[in-house]
Ligand binder design. Structure first.
Ligand SMILES: C=C1C[C@]23C[C@@]1(O)CC[C@H]2[C@@]12CCC[C@@](C)(C(=O)O1)[C@H]2[C@@H]3C(=O)O
Ligand SMILES: O=C(O)CCC(=O)C(=O)O
Ligand SMILES: [Fe+2]
Length: 343
């Protein structure tokens, strides 16, 4: 199932690390109050968010590389993912999160097991307070967990998710080729791109239930993605913020039909830190918000070594290590993982 199935597998999940029955909670419990000063609204210094790029634009490749350097995130239109499919994912996910909590708990992610199933974000044990969130992760076949949710009616959900995943895989690999070329890596020589063997692919359905006290709660705490690249479908409700040096937290305003592309830790290491793994978080909202994140990472034995050149620097800023090794370091050190492997 790939190296990402192992991520955060040793983090200590305590009994409280399960989603609340949010529908029955009318005041924010103390366990969910984030007093951290970083939970301020966006600073507004940088009023414009990350760039919006049209993949059909003849200048798209240059704009993508520029966005990788300056933001580590961009929004994309002209991506070719059918609107109907994006809508179908939204409605299947709504159906899932609308289920009674007892039913969703039947598909609870098992501690120490694969990442698949229902639960709070696996990074929860790194924080004192709990996030206002419920998630459902699909890695490998979606069937076993979906059968637990809908014993007689799981096929439509599974078909939609599998179809979406395959469409996103093609788009992700197109974007990866563009970025690899800019690093002077010939995609034709990258075996896992051609054979797809051992790749880690995860589809995370996120739900941020309507929150009675959003300014004091947290949807997803600040993090960078343990991926090469993440493709995100946001719903109409905004909530995603990215951290930009000099500007603070900047809102990524959803654009109808656009997808959001985040660079993850592995492109950061490969590019010797020139392309930024974007630190982001999700604020809680008064109305329910859904989002769908597709994580793509190379096989566990792929060696991630910073590219050295005039443009990317002649001295490696990070140690060379395998994807699997980095996933282990991230699971232990979380936000400090990149500084742990810094030279
Ligand atoms: C594919 C993966 C990335 C992820 C860890 C995981 O193995 C499965 C869940 C993913 C997710 C989704 C919500 C935010 C996040 C930080 C988390 O807690 O779980 C990401 C993980 C990640 O990018 O490290
Ligand atoms: O909900 C969002 O917009 C972002 C979710 C996210 O960061 C993730 O799933 O890793
Ligand atoms: Fe993320």
């Amino acid at each position: 199932m790939g190296a990402l199935a192992e991520s955060y597998k040793d983090t200590l999940l305590e009994p409280q690390h399960i989603p609340l029955d949010y529908g029955s909670v009318h005041t924010l419990p103390d366990s969910h109050v984030w007093l951290d000063e970083s939970n301020e609204s966006p600073s507004g210094v940088h009023s414009t968010g990350p760039p919006l790029i049209d993949l059909a634009d003849p200048d798209a490749e240059r704009l993508i590389i520029q966005a990788c350097e300056t933001w580590g995130v961009f929004q994309l239109i002209g991506h070719g993912i059918p609107t109907k499919l994006m809508e179908a994912v939204q409605s299947e996910a709504e159906k899932l999160f609308d289920l009674p909590v007892d039913q969703k708990m039947k598909a609870l992610r098992s501690p120490g097991g694969s990442q698949s199933g229902y639960g709070l974000p696996p990074i929860s044990p790194f924080f004192e307070k709990l996030m206002w969130h419920e998630g459902y992760h699909i890695m490998g076949s979606p069937i076993d967990h979906a059968k637990l949710l809908w014993p007689n009616d799981y096929q439509g959900f599974c078909d939609t998710m599998v179809h979406y995943r395959s469409q996103l895989k093609a788009l992700t690999e197109q974007l990866i080729c563009i970025i690899l070329k800019s690093l002077n890596i010939n995609p034709e020589e990258v075996a896992w791109l051609k054979e797809s063997q051992g790749l880690s692919i995860g589809l995370q359905l996120n739900c941020y239930p309507a929150c009675p006290d959003p300014t004091r709660a947290m949807g997803i705490a600040p993090h960078t993605d343990t991926s090469l690249i993440t493709i995100l479908q946001q719903s109409k409700v905004s909530g995603l913020q990215v951290f930009k040096d000099g500007a603070g937290w900047v809102l990524v305003q959803p654009v109808l039909g656009a997808i959001t592309v985040n660079l993850g830790d592995f492109f950061h290491i490969l590019s010797n830190g020139v392309f930024t793994t974007v630190r982001h978080r999700v604020v809680a909202t008064q109305v329910r918000r859904l989002s769908f994140a597709y994580f793509y990472a190379p096989p566990g034995d792929f060696i991630v070594s910073p590219v050295l050149s005039k443009d990317f620097g002649e001295v490696p800023r990070y140690q060379t290590l395998s994807v699997k090794e980095f996933v282990g370091i991230k699971g232990k050190h979380f936000e400090k993982a990149l500084s742990v492997i810094q030279n």
